[in-house]
Design a protein around this ligand. Sequence first.
Ligand SMILES: Cc1cc2nc3c(=O)[nH]c(=O)nc-3n(C[C@H](O)[C@H](O)[C@H](O)COP(=O)(O)OP(=O)(O)OC[C@H]3O[C@@H](n4cnc5c(N)ncnc54)[C@H](O)[C@@H]3O)c2cc1C
Ligand code: SF4
Length: 518
Amino acid sequence: MAGKTLVPILGDQLTRTLASLRGQTKADTVVLMMEVRDETTYVKHHKQKIALILSAMRHFAAKLEKAGWQVDYVKLTDKDNTGSFSGEVERAVKRHSPDRIRVVEPGELRVREMMDAWADDFDIDVEILPDDRFVCSIVDFRNWADGRNSLLMESFYRDMRRRTGLLMYGDGPEGGEWNYDKQNRASPDEDMDPSPTPRFEPDNMTCEVIEMVQSECADHFGDLDRFGWPVTSDQADEALDAFIAERLPEFGKYQDAMVHGQDDLYHSLLSTSINLGLLDPLDCCRRAEQAYHAGDAPLNAVEGFIRQIIGWREYVRGIYWLDMPTLRSANALQARRALPEFYWTGETDMRCIADCVRSTRENAHAHHIQRLMVLGNFALIAGIEPQQVEDWFLVVYADAYEWVELPNVAAMALWADKGRLASKPYAASGNYINKMSDYCGDCRYTVSKKTGEDSCPFNSLYWHFMDRHRTLFEKNRRISRVYSNWDRMDADKRKAYLDTAEVFLKSLKPAGKTWARD
Ligand SMILES: Cc1cc2nc3c(=O)[nH]c(=O)nc-3n(C[C@H](O)[C@H](O)[C@H](O)COP(=O)(O)OP(=O)(O)OC[C@H]3O[C@@H](n4cnc5c(N)ncnc54)[C@H](O)[C@@H]3O)c2cc1C
Ligand code: SF4
């Protein structure tokens, strides 16, 4: 197309084959990259998260420039920086007088609404392209969901397997089963010996960003000392290779295990790279599949990994665009309690929570079961207000973008969408945490004690939760048995559970200031 094109590339669109660059000639294109204060501070993101995104952006811009693209890069501390995407696009339109803007759709509704206004605001043609780094487009997901009573992830996942051909054997699944999750629930044991996840020493460019974040975002949550995330696609490739060779074989078996002080176990820690665009999700799956065919990793591990990516990851993105903006205010359980302060400080005698918050603060990461069955589960059964929990999850994880964080928190962990995503709430007592971790042995609470001062708080809170939501859940076939057990207990025991939970809930100290937002 004749004339000059302005191609804004957002911080999580760091992909050389991005749809907006494809078909463009270098001579007629100005790439615009913007570090803007609104995005770094609209919630007070973990310092590592901001450093990761800005460093990855700067490395990506340098790579584009080296390849001959003209890149207009606006730094956070540039004097005239307006602090917003729209402000910076407006300034760039004035600087370059382009004939049109070509951009890939963003991951967040808030930003999509900004983009939709650009054509009118700046009186210019704006082409917003689908983000085809996802296997399933927003339109395809809507079509899939249309008219269905149930939006079960499993049936969506099977469609994605057929569509991609991953782990297919003719028309059916490799090995005869679609899902090997039952083999993926081992408790931690002495056979576990995971290789360390590669960490990447910050280079000069990253050090400069880290220094800036230290001074510009001093009051944000989180430590920067252990920063070692991949910030380029080469580093992300290296991390993927190491995962496939060293940790994928046991990834499935120990997927749900938790061990005190061992933060990564057999997890890939690739979500930051995939979400930024440094790794292609389908490529990750194909490389895992090759390891299976080469006999280097078992089917339960490879299927489990692929399911997380073309199943869960694609599915939650579809749910986000289907259910926004209502998902953001959903609160089906009318949960109103304030977020306890220990989510920020880690100062609690509950050893499981303290360890998950420590990992979160030090690494800007916690693995899936820590997020779902410790931090999410506690917030669910203690009745913490979803919007406060959502803000926390958006702030603290380096891989957190609203499209993926919100459905996982609101719908999966907190059942705020009334079971559209999860047919039953992920509520569990201390028993589950004890089975899947080594947390309980040295905890000041006693996991086998059900009531009273030293009893594990998850035990009484679990029954308090079930009791207060009885009318909603007792007709749910997947949990009705819980109520038969509850009714079989004598009245004194039931009262002791509820009283213990009440005393504990009263002792919770709410976060004193709004750590997440100003
Ligand atoms: C309450 C809660 C909040 C979460 N918030 C986020 C978030 O903000 N950003 C984010 O990327 N993931 C989020 N997840 C999903 C998941 O916990 C992380 O993707 C995972 O822990 C990242 O670590 P990993 O790369 O080692 O994952 P692995 O365990 O190695 O899994 C492999 C890959 O599968 C994908 N994946 C796995 N589970 C999910 C899922 N439920 N949704 C989307 N992708 C998935 C990720 O790309 C991940 O890299 C959340 C889960 C819960 C329960
Ligand atoms: S006893 Fe309860 S609070 Fe303590 S670590 Fe176990 S589950 Fe967590």
